[in-house]
Design a protein around this ligand. Structure first.
Ligand SMILES: N[C@@H]1[C@@H](O)[C@H](O)[C@@H](COP(=O)(O)O)O[C@@H]1O
Length: 245
């Protein structure tokens, strides 16, 4: 695993966007795995700036998002499809038909998981997966205890994850209790992974990744088995690691 240090959230976001833009520029065709949440928002802002200033085209880019809330349609303001449209896709020249997010309002949610996994395979998988982490080490919506061999599946959200994400909803009760998430094996199939970690709240999870064991109790620890992982972390996120040293 390669670790790139950043001063703060802004610097982490700028470095991540530069990393991604460089890959987009230098490839003829690329499939990106994308994440939602506060962590990648700054990266998307920087990518939009880069698009406007440097004419970076996204016509050759396909994207697959990690997850989506069960029960929310794509035009619901709290859905991850809506987040991606507003925070990135609406501002760049990507073809919307090449952007995939699980359909949280699909009639048959289990079938939707199977179809999403198959679609990913049919499109030859992910070249570069952007990832954030939850403070309990979750990746996508794969909570502690999720088997490492899991594929795209329906997840029961833990109270702590619902609370952490309640800031986007008008109340905790509004936060869905289930989500569709790429599984850990799905994420690990990406040819490259870029993990972003910012802030003190994530420092224990990051320290566990850098210094702890590989265990299903800490989903992010699986990344130690991947051969091509880059972490961009800010100083606040690295604080616990430095205390441990
Ligand atoms: N499903 C998402 C994850 O993909 C994300 O990494 C995590 C952290 O979010 P944030 O970046 O807002 O801290 O939250 C959610 O649970």
């Amino acid at each position: 695993m390669k670790l790139i240090e950043a001063k703060d959230y802004e610097e982490m976001s700028a470095k991540a966007a530069e990393y991604l833009a460089n890959k987009i520029h230098t490839s003829k065709k690329i499939t990106l795995g994308l994440a939602t949440g506060g962590t990648p928002e700054g990266t998307y802002r920087n990518l939009i700036e880069d698009y406007m200033q440097n004419d970076t085209s996204y016509r050759h880019v396909t994207t697959f998002n990690l997850d989506e809330y069960v029960g929310l349609a794509g035009d619901h303001p709290n859905s991850y499809r809506y987040f991606m449209n507003k925070k990135l896709f609406d501002h760049i020249d990507i073809q919307k038909s090449n952007t995939y997010v699980p359909r949280g309002n699909a009639r048959d949610i289990k079938q939707e998981c199977l179809d999403y996994e198959k679609l990913l395979e049919d499109k030859s998988g992910i070249d570069l997966q952007l990832l954030g982490i939850g403070s309990n080490g979750h990746i996508g919506f794969n909570e502690p205890g999720t088997p490492f061999d899991s594929k795209t599946h329906v997840v029961e959200l833990t109270p702590s994850t619902r609370e952490a994400n309640a800031r986007y909803f008008s109340s905790l009760e509004q936060v869905p209790t289930k989500a569709i998430s790429m599984g850990i094996a799905t994420i690990m199939k990406a040819r490259e992974i870029l993990l972003l970690v910012s802030g003190e709240k994530k420092s224990e999870a990051l320290a566990q990744l850098l210094e702890g064991d590989i265990t299903e109790k800490n989903p992010v620890s699986v990344l130690k088995k991947h051969l091509n992982v880059t972490i961009i972390a800010d100083h606040a996120a690295l604080a616990a690691k430095k205390v441990h040293c």
